[in-house]
Design a protein around this ligand. Structure first.
Ligand SMILES: [Zn+2]
Length: 375
């Protein structure tokens, strides 16, 4: 739709569906208020609907401003943001890299709700200043929008992931108990709130609340998992998680043979080498695009792509980030220009699973149970 400091702002398609509904609902609210106040109703139904649309559009602009506040703070403190998406339940800023200090993360989360509350106050002030000149409907619409902003600010402060309050809670706890435990606690609190939202949604027949409960629950789970993965991978080096591999597919190999090599290795890509010197890689999808009969006469040389590489000494977390950001099927591990291995998603998953399993072993229930028994 637009961009802000080079960050694309996207509109989720659900928004297109919900905007007319909201305009209609808010239009009804405006019409009721006009009636209750006994104010002159202007041009009637159409005018109320127009003000309703104004409130609905204003709400989405408010969400956008809330998100921009997060993004600006994230950028200022060294974070990276991939995109801002406006959705049915509000906005999502995809922050690919959080500020390193937990205090900055908490503040980044806090600026959003503060901005919403400030915007609400600004709208009320406008209404107050223009009290004499504005007709009833615009006055009511602006006040209503102010109320929505206050709600947006307050609701986001509920300490439940992935809402801002959850991040603030984690930021505050991280100083005391470290990132992993703080995330675990914040994630549990988030799930507790998700449960409360769900029950409240059932009791009040409010599907919207039940939907939020679902988002909060999955958000809490995902956040907890991400931090676990990051903590494990930051401690490991690429050479500990890679699959050792010293030979690639030579440039003069036929595509047919290369396809066989890929199938045997059970990989979507393999390093391409020229006299054992890595020059790039061949990707399964590229080979499959070549018509079958041609594969035995054409060679790997024409299908080589530039590879993404890491060093054995890099930490595994930065390898994962390279995989996520540039989306290659795997990374080549090079040491002084020589191929020593490859890393793909499976290697990293296995490393995390193994590490977590052995960590549970160390602090798990069974040994403790054994210690508690009298000798
Ligand atoms: Zn927010």
């Amino acid at each position: 739709m637009a961009s802000f400091r080079g960050i694309p702002i996207r509109l989720h398609f659900s928004l297109v569906l919900v905007l007319p509904l909201l305009a209609f609902a808010y239009g009804g609210v405006v019409r009721q208020a006009v009636r209750a106040a006994g104010a002159p109703s202007g041009t009637g139904m159409g005018a109320s609907l127009l003000w309703g649309l104004g409130v609905a559009v204003g709400l989405f602009l408010s969400v956008l401003i809330h998100e921009m506040a997060h993004v600006l703070y994230a950028l200022r403190t060294g974070g990276k943001v991939r995109s801002i998406t406006l959705m049915i339940v509000g906005g999502v800023s995809e922050v690919t890299e959080l500020p390193r200090r937990s205090r900055d993360e908490a503040l980044m989360a806090l600026v959003g709700p503060l901005t919403s509350v400030g915007l609400g106050a600004l709208l009320l002030l406008t209404v107050w200043l223009l009290h004499e000149t504005l007709a009833f409907s615009p006055r009511f619409a602006l006040s209503y929008l102010a109320g929505l902003n206050f709600f947006l600010g307050a609701f986001n402060l509920v300490p439940a992931f992935p809402m801002d309050g959850g991040r603030i809670l984690r930021g505050v706890l991280t100083g005391r108990m470290g990132l992993v435990r703080a995330t675990r606690v914040a994630s549990r609190v988030g799930k507790l709130f998700a449960g409360l939202f769900f029950v409240a949604g059932l009791l009040t027949f409010n599907p919207f609340l039940a939907f939020i409960a679902f988002l909060v629950f999955t958000g809490a789970e995902g956040e907890s998992r991400q931090v676990q993965v990051r903590t494990v991978l930051e401690k490991l080096q690429v050479e500990q998680v890679m699959s050792p591999r010293f030979h690639g597919v030579e440039l003069d190999t036929s595509l047919e043979e290369a396809l066989g090599d890929l199938r045997r290795a059970k990989l979507l890509a393999l390093p391409a080498t020229d006299a054992d010197r890595p020059v790039g890689w061949v990707v399964l999808a590229d080979l499959m695009r070549v018509p079958g009969p041609e594969r035995s006469v054409r060679t790997v040389r024409e299908q080589v792509r530039p590879a993404v590489t890491v060093s054995p000494g890099d930490d595994a977390w930065s390898a994962l980030r390279k995989l996520v950001e540039t989306q290659p099927p795997l990374l080549l591990v090079l040491e002084q220009g020589r191929l020593v291995g490859t890393v793909d998603g499976n290697d990293l998953n296995a490393a995390v699973a193994l590490h977590l399993a052995s960590a549970e072993d160390r602090e798990g229930r069974w040994p403790r149970w054994r210690q508690e028994r009298p000798a």
